[in-house]
Write a protein that binds this ligand. Sequence first.
Ligand code: HEM
Length: 457
Amino acid sequence: MPTTSVPTNHDAVYAPSVPELIRQMRRKGQLGFFMDAWRDYGDLAHLKLGPRELFLVVHPDHVRRVNVSHADNYDKLETYEGVRELLLGDGLVASRGELWRRQRRLMAPFFTPRAIEQYLPVFVADTEALLDRWTRLAGQGLPIELGDEMMLVTAAVILHTMFSTESSDDMLEIKAAVETMIRYVASDQQSPVQLPRWLPTPANRRYFKASELVHRYIAALLAQRRSLPQDQWPDDLLTKLMLARDEQTGEAMSDALLRDESITIFFAGHETTARTLTFLFYALAQNPDVEQRTVAEITPVLGDRTPTVEDLKRLPYTLQVIKETLRLYPAAPIYARDVVADDQMDGVRIPGGTRVIPFPYATHRHPDFWPDSERFDPERWTAQAEAARHPYAFHPFAAGKRICLGNNFSLLETHVIAAMLIPRFQLRLKPGHQPQVVMEGTIASKNGMPMVINKRL
Ligand code: HEM
């Protein structure tokens, strides 16, 4: 990991042969490969990987240029073709141009800090279900797989807020199907060779079956709501999307768009938050002093109660712990943009037609902005420290016009879950286990995150 400034090596291009690239990716994984490229080639590392030419974007000035000041030149073109075709259709993450602008305008009001407070009771109820399970498991000494536990709670949250799904069988079925689709896309994107989709391979068959199930489920939900008078529709995100009208044209979303946006919210919103929570508990287990301070903050505020929005305002240190987790373990360690026309950054020519890879995992370790960057230190998040820092030294949610739509949602959800679980349970890594941090679409531990749960006294 670099400990000094990381100058851009202006002339060097890293262009390994294809067999060498495959060997390196196998050995280091995508995340390790890009981190080494940053260390060896600097803040605008220029890579030629097979037919692809790309630049890593690490320095906060460049993060700002790509996302904010020159955002129109860094678009989502062919880079997002795979997810568009296989998973998200015209949903917000992958769409662009006028369609994206209209959809973002329509959906933004449902995700403001005020608007999402409505979902607090859902966050609380789904965490209570987890609390019950953990109360039964605590003290048995058997490790749980924390990643799976967190995926279950965040999937429940998204399915309840989105669709008011009541049956837990439906919930598990939809969760499994969307996760099958996500895994398929992730492996499709990382694989050097792509077999035709029509081949009846087990992976292709699983994907099409899952995709059909999800599409059928959403179509049935839409039909069922339309069969009822509007005042009987549940007050959830799907109803809000169904009722939304474009202020300029008065148009409603088509059924295909309602489906694509629903899948998009599920895709974007559950795994990312689950990963954040998983690494948060890992960080606490590794830093008992931080853990103690967090418990000491939460206990007197909540006692035995579940949190309200007012309570959460009185838990600022817990929020600092969440932000520090997002710094060291950003759930989306990289994202990507296609370069529309030639540009220059820091004297380096960025040709149109190439790709830039904003790289939060590296920016968040940049020695010029984060001293002793590997240390987990929530003190970096006092209001004063934040105000003194470069505004784009932290971009776990991207930045600018395409900043994550669900950032407030995710922070509130994580705050609630953390505030309810941390004072009740102490989690410790299974003895001898050393997590291997990798990128599997989102940040993950390759060998899992087995944790032993104990009740706090
Ligand atoms: C810790 C949790 C989360 C992280 C780290 C995260 C991160 C991100 C990032 C990096 C992007 C930009 C992706 C790109 O440009 O390719 C993004 C976009 C997006 N996220 Fe999140 N996200 C999180 C949670 C959520 C949640 C909970 C929701 C919904 C409830 C959500 C909905 C979206 C949507 C709709 C977009 C597309 C926005 C647009 O292009 O207009 N995200 N997110």
